[in-house]
Design a protein around this ligand. Structure first.
Ligand SMILES: Cc1cc2nc3c(=O)[nH]c(=O)nc-3n(C[C@H](O)[C@H](O)[C@H](O)COP(=O)(O)OP(=O)(O)OC[C@H]3O[C@@H](n4cnc5c(N)ncnc54)[C@H](O)[C@@H]3O)c2cc1C
Length: 805
């Protein structure tokens, strides 16, 4: 065994072997994999090996596409068969809602270059003669589906990695990990210690336990999962070609051919977690006891939809555990606060995702960046609030919903409320419908008096529509109040604060008492954040950003603070809470509650002033496009300030508004948002943020790339569209393809109905070659909607309302 390596990968399941292979592929040869038992000894060996590209996040779908296309290459390099069966796959819908869900998946696939197509029931019958098509109203066919041999794939990765120079140590449990003073790792195994510069936790079923060796509690949980393998079936024997993979949403089940029979697996409602607290180390190549009773509701549907199945004998029932994160996507990336410690775990679809996970993580380790926006599977999308209890509740919910429809306006109920602020009950009294971001409850909209505060999940305009319209009108015409405690807030102070921030951000820093909008870039000049930066004192700054990206940003900030002694960074998550007031009467309202002279408090000012009886930090800014103020107070004051504002606001027609209205208002102003228009896939010049980047200001991270981008035409640019709703009730939401002359030229990043301008609005990235064209088409729920490019935002394009005195 080597005594020193550049990387030690812990775990020889499909994910660890993929990471190992990809590291060698990218040129890191001094790498090893350490496996407790034999390769595949975790959840990998008993997997059904099914693979597909379906994922709600387009970039994860892209990585699934990469994984499936990799197997041929892997066979060629390794000489090891992956047992590839590219049988194609069909997803069958039994209700119009499920059909709409498939339409959104299909539309997304168009700009991702995936080749799915809707087929009629005759074609379904031809492809899958065993299905009773009378139960279905539509079907989506995807040629890029099928199944592989789990063991073959894992060994193919391992062999290809060995050919690339990697070493694999089997029967070698890692029992502890100790960090060295220079930030490397002593990997202590039962066979000796290896000094590794980097460690990757690919421990699969034991990833939690490996995490605990370094004080990390990863939000993952294993669930039992069952599938049946039938005896030989005459109906299958009679076929002249392999049946396609099939997902039948009605029965929460998947199905494929295995030999001359079928494999049928379910994501049952009566799901069972496995080893909720601690995975036993002695668990080996074992199966769990089958429990057919649990999956009997799915079996009933299966027998109706595939009558031949009802007659088939069961050869074997597999019940095995595999791990999930609370939202079902993998946990990948460097872990905040643990230098050179990486994870690639919680991968619930190793044969669809393993290759993409290996590629992204290896890119990150070798090049310092995963290569695209993979926030949907970044370990940093969770923070310490995702406790074991939270995780266990959410994972069960996710498991039960695996084949359920995900609606864009849906907020899942499990483990809520989790984090709340001091005015949660007051907002609830006002009939707030809550959403959650980073575990924190925040108001989405307010139901009318007497109306049940509940939003009905839909791909179309929901029952929130009228109320949100009224909230928007109140902001535009009177004054609105929105809680903004769900923003992320950071304080940066110390004698080195200005210099450190100047290097971190692409804009020049504000003068004392002022704010600026400042993008943060990576070295390639891509967006890592879009912040409001406020300077309270010469050496005291506040940064406000996306709440969901708090851990993501803290990880980046802290990495850049290594060895810096004259800067203090504080994450103010629950220590600073906020309320925003916006609208033509916002100034008059605040004037009633403060002694500060607001005439002297122009747009983008920031100061410590009193509001009601509370000390507050106030910024003259609003994401609504109206004159507005963001008021930040310590949590103890939130309730009192809220009461003062609502009482004093009555005479101005103050109305509470929520995130739905904010979304509509920001679209009317053409403002982009983090995770949608602004992500690490884009650089600021293509995202319309070029004016906030100052390549000439002096050195900062990403400066060279920014200077280059400033003078170049990007391949895609962000535009704003007004979409003809065709008299219907569907707006673009996100990920709809955009066409020009019948060719796909881009995709919608987000959309909303603009209630005050009465337009269905969207923002979209399109090919720069057509970005000045006027007429496009957007596919929404299978319908082609004409869309015209807006040369300027439809509401207050000059910004006079927002800036006004
Ligand atoms: C019944 C069933 C059916 C499935 N069907 C499919 C399917 O059709 N398609 C699909 O894509 N996925 C399927 N899966 C999921 C799939 O199995 C997982 O996504 C995949 O196996 C995850 O691989 P992994 O490498 O992350 O974890 P594991 O396979 O659990 O690998 C982790 C490895 O790490 C090793 N290890 C852990 N701790 C240590 C330590 N301290 N020292 C050394 N080594 C250590 C373990 O021994 C193990 O080999 C199924 C799973 C089950 C249970």
């Amino acid at each position: 065994m080597k005594s020193h390596v550049q990387v030690a990968v812990i775990g020889g399941g499909v994910v660890g072997c993929s990471v190992l292979y990809h590291l060698t592929k990218l040129g890191w040869k001094d790498v090893c994999l350490i496996e407790r038992s034999e390769l595949t000894a975790g959840s990998t060996w008993h997997a059904a090996g099914g693979m597909h590209t379906l994922n709600s996040d387009p970039n994860v779908a892209k990585l699934q596409n990469y994984t499936i296309n990799l197997y041929k290459e892997l066979e060629e390099i390794s000489g090891q068969s992956c047992g590839i069966h590219m049988s194609g796959g069909i997803m069958v819908a039994d209700t119009p809602e499920r059909l709409e869900f498939l339409k959104t998946a299909h539309a997304k696939g168009k700009y991702l270059g995936l080749e799915s197509e809707f087929i009629d029931m005759d074609e379904v019958k031809k492809l899958h003669p065993l299905l009773d098509t009378s139960h279905f109203c539509g079907a989506l066919y995807d040629p890029l589906e099928g199944h592989v041999d789990p063991s073959g794939v894992t060994h193919a990765y391992a062999k290809a990695a060995r050919i690339g120079g990697a070493k694999i140590y089997r029967q070698c449990p890692v029992v502890d990990l100790k960090q060295t003073p220079e930030g490397h790792w002593e990997v202590i195994t039962e066979k000796g210690t290896i000094h590794a510069e980097h460690v990757v936790n690919c421990g699969g079923l034991w990833a939690r336990e490996v995490g605990r060796m370094v004080g990390l509690e990863l939000p993952i949980l294993a669930m039992e999962h069952q599938y049946l393998i039938t005896d030989t079936m005459p109906e299958v024997q009679a076929l002249d070609k392999e049946l396609p993979h099939c997902i039948d949403f009605a029965g929460e089940m998947y199905m494929r051919q295995e030999g001359q029979g079928l494999v049928m697996g379910t994501y049952e409602q009566a799901c069972v977690a496995w080893s909720e607290r601690q995975t036993p180390w002695h668990f080996g190549h074992e199966l769990l006891n089958p429990d057919l009773e649990r999956i009997s509701p799915s079996l009933e549907v299966a027998f109706a939809h595939v009558p031949a199945l009802a007659e088939a004998g069961i050869k074997q029932t597999i019940n095995g555990p595999f791990t999930f994160a609370p939202d079902g996507n993998p946990l990948v990336g460097p872990v905040r606060g643990l230098k050179n410690f990486w994870v690639a775990c919680g991968v619930m679809a190793g044969f669809s995702q393993g290759g993409g996970v290996g590629l992204a993580l290896s890119n990150w380790m070798v090049h310092g960046d995963p290569g695209s926006d993979i926030f949907a599977m970044d370990v940093a999308r969770y923070g310490d609030w995702a406790t074991m209890a939270y995780t266990n509740t959410k994972v069960k919910e996710n498991y039960q919903r695996r084949f359920r429809i995900s609606y864009p306006n849906e907020e899942l109920p499990a483990a809520r409320p989790h984090r709340t602020t001091a005015i949660y009950d007051l907002l609830k009294e006002k009939n707030a419908v809550f959403g959650t971001s980073y575990g924190l409850e925040h108001a989405l909209w307010f139901a009318a008096e007497g109306q049940t505060p509940e939003e009905i999940p839909s791909f179309r305009r929901s029952n929130a529509f009228e109320q949100v319209a009224a909230e928007c009108q109140a902001v535009r015409n009177q004054v609105g109040l929105l809680e903004i405690s769900n923003f992320a807030k950071y304080r940066i102070s110390g004698s080195g604060a200005a210099a450190w921030l100047d290097n971190l951000l692409a804009n020049t820093l504000p003068a004392t008492g002022k704010m600026v909008l400042a993008p943060m870039l990576n070295r390639a000049g891509k967006l890592l954040g879009d912040f409001t930066v406020a300077r309270l004192k010469d050496n005291e700054f506040y940064i406000f950003g996306s709440g969901t990206a708090e851990e993501f940003h803290m990880r980046w900030f802290e990495q850049r603070l290594e060895g810096v002694t004259d800067v203090q960074l504080e994450c103010l998550r629950s220590r600073l809470t906020g309320l925003s007031i916006a609208g033509p009467h916002a100034k008059a309202l605040l004037t009633k509650l403060t002694h500060h002279d607001l005439d002297d408090f122009s747009f983008m000012s920031f100061a410590s002033i009193d509001v009601g009886h509370a000390p507050a930090l106030v910024g003259r800014i609003s994401f609504t496009g109206e004159q507005g103020y963001e008021i930040w107070v310590e949590p103890d004051y939130l309730r009192a300030v809220y009461m003062s504002l609502t009482e004093a606001g009555a005479e101005f027609g103050l109305r509470l508004f929520g995130a739905r209205a904010l979304d509509s208002l920001r679209h009317e102003k053409g403002f982009g948002g983090w995770t949608r228009e602004f992500t690490p896939d884009y650089q600021p010049y293509q995202a319309g943020m070029g004016r906030f980047v100052k390549p000439a200001k002096g050195e900062f991270i990403g400066q060279a790339a920014a200077a280059e981008n400033a003078g170049q035409q990007a391949d895609k640019v962000l535009i704003q569209l007004a979409i003809d709703d065709l008299g219907g009730d569907a707006d673009a939401v996100a990920d709809e393809p955009v066409f020009f002359n019948d060719q796909v030229v881009g995709w919608v990043t987000s959309g909303a109905y603009g209630h005050c301008v009465q337009m269905s609005l969207a923002q979209a990235y399109v090919d720069s070659s057509v970005a000045t064209e006027d007429n496009f088409t957007v596919e929404i729920l299978g319908n082609m909607h004409p869309a015209s490019r807006l040369a300027e935002p439809p509401y207050d394009p000059s910004g006079s309302k927002m800036r006004g005195a």
